[in-house]
Design a binder for this molecule. Structure first.
Ligand code: ATP
Ligand code: MG
Length: 237
């Protein structure tokens, strides 16, 4: 029997923060995952556009996973022009030879509460285990009442538990940082201290490239008539 256990953490990661890293760490430990792939999404046109480009979102994810054993940044969704749908991503892993039982889609309890709205629901639940981790304000125990249709598939993960042989909804209670990308962006825009919300390498990348922070107008350099403003040539789009 195979012992591969691949955790897949999807998200916009605009930017990746400690809550995301805690979520995957909690799941990695509880489920003894052999790999964790962090997969930035290609955001569909009808969703709010991320503030930073896919390039910067991927770079930040790569910096955040650096040095974490078994973790990788995956470009599986960004390398396709089409909007990301988890069901399609899971299908791509099946085509690469992974069995649904080897795949663990990692997700916060807040996001899983909306699973019935996802493309290919309920079929998507047969494509991988869904490992749902609590988020501050969203305990996993609420899910039985929030998604009652799935109560029979839910399994509370406890130490030593033998995992079900068919794809299930695995509920994991764990401590994750009380952070959101929205809160991170707001702090950066206001130039407030980050207080450990970000991996230090991600924070350095953000500062070095001036992401999320409105540019300070440079009054020392007059802009000659007709010349493009320097900031627009080299700054973020
Ligand atoms: P935004 O504020 O833009 O919605 P976010 O911080 O919620 O960003 P997402 O990209 O929406 O991050 O979330 C990706 C995944 O990470 C989701 O499954 C979400 O539930 C989970 N997640 C995000 N933050 C936390 C956290 N602090 N604790 C546990 N899970 C989290
Ligand atoms: Mg969110």
């Amino acid at each position: 029997m195979s012992t591969r256990r691949i955790g897949l953490l999807g998200g916009t990661f605009d930017p990746i923060h400690m809550g995301h890293l805690d979520l995957a760490t909690v799941a990695q430990q509880a489920l003894q995952l052999t790999q964790v792939l962090v997969i930035p999404a290609n955001v569909p046109p009808h969703r709010p556009k991320p503030l930073t480009s896919s390039f910067h979102r991927f770079a930040m994810v790569a910096l955040a996973v650096a040095g974490r054993s078994g973790w990788r940044a995956s470009d599986v969704e960004l390398r396709h022009e089409t909007p990301s749908y988890t069901t399609l991503t899971l299908k791509r892993f099946h085509e690469r030879g992974y069995h649904p039982n080897e795949l663990f889609f990692l997700i916060g309890a807040d996001a899983f509460a909306d699973i019935t709205m996802w493309r290919d629901y309920p079929g998507i639940l047969d494509r991988a285990h869904f490992a749902v981790v609590s988020r501050p304000g969203s305990p996993v125990t609420d899910l039985i009442s929030r998604v009652p249709a799935l109560a029979s598939r839910m399994v509370h993960v406890t130490p030593g538990l033998e995992l079900p042989t068919r794809p299930s909804v695995l509920l994991i209670d764990g401590a994750t940082a009380d952070v959101s990308s929205t809160a991170v962006r707001a702090r950066l825009a206001a130039r407030e201290p980050m207080d450990g919300m970000l991996d230090p390498r991600v924070q350095q990348h953000i500062e070095q490239h001036g992401l999320y922070t409105p540019p300070v107008p440079d009054r020392r350099m007059p802009n000659p008539a007709g010349a493009p403003a320097a900031g627009r040539l080299h700054g973020q789009d």
